[in-house]
Design a protein around this ligand. Sequence first.
Ligand SMILES: O=C(O)c1ccccc1N[C@@H]1O[C@H](COP(=O)(O)O)[C@@H](O)[C@H]1O
Length: 213
Amino acid sequence: MPVAVKICGLTTPDAVAAAVEGGADWLGVVFFAPSPRAIEPEAAAELLDGVPEEVVKVGLLVDPDDATLDRVLAQVRLDMIQLHGRETPQRVEAIRQEFGRPVMKAISVGGAADLLAAKAFDGVADRLLFDARPPQGAANPGGNAQPFDWPLMADWRGQSPWMLAGGLSPDNLAQAVKASGATAVDVSSGVESARGVKDPDLIRRFLEVAARL
Ligand SMILES: O=C(O)c1ccccc1N[C@@H]1O[C@H](COP(=O)(O)O)[C@@H](O)[C@H]1O
């Protein structure tokens, strides 16, 4: 069965075109200043303008306050909010209610205990995104090209749909899907030629691999 794909950290029209033409299901833009993929809301609005309705446009934020969410959502036509910080289940629910968008909550996975803790978000977030725990001292809580132990996901049972992230690439995608049982995946670094620089050829390759699974 083909695997659904989110291409995250888009900043250029050629990368967006490669993702859309290649059949990506979700496109992600990062509103987190320390990220090498950070984009201003105005530029994101321009970048996503013209992307077909059926492609879900996701805004990634890290522990955003209400003013930041207001500012971003006023400028960018986003279908979904991705929270990639230390947000609590209560905050996830409050953002869903207040801002009227589905929320995808990222869960940092370093071991089985993190999956137990993730249960608190199951059925609260509209989707869970399991990503690797960032390396010690990392400036960003995600987007670090860091995989985790994929077989940990094989025992996950939950209500909310989920996707796998962390260190995925065209070369390891098939193995990651097989080991984790994921039906949806998210990639950023693995489709870049340099940190923060998306490579349209790698995006196309990633999507081709996903379509063949
Ligand atoms: O991409 C970023 O710069 C980023 C910054 C802050 C939080 C999350 C970020 N990215 C997310 O992390 C996953 C995994 O990334 P990678 O493929 O290992 O580079 C990515 O899918 C984004 O959703």
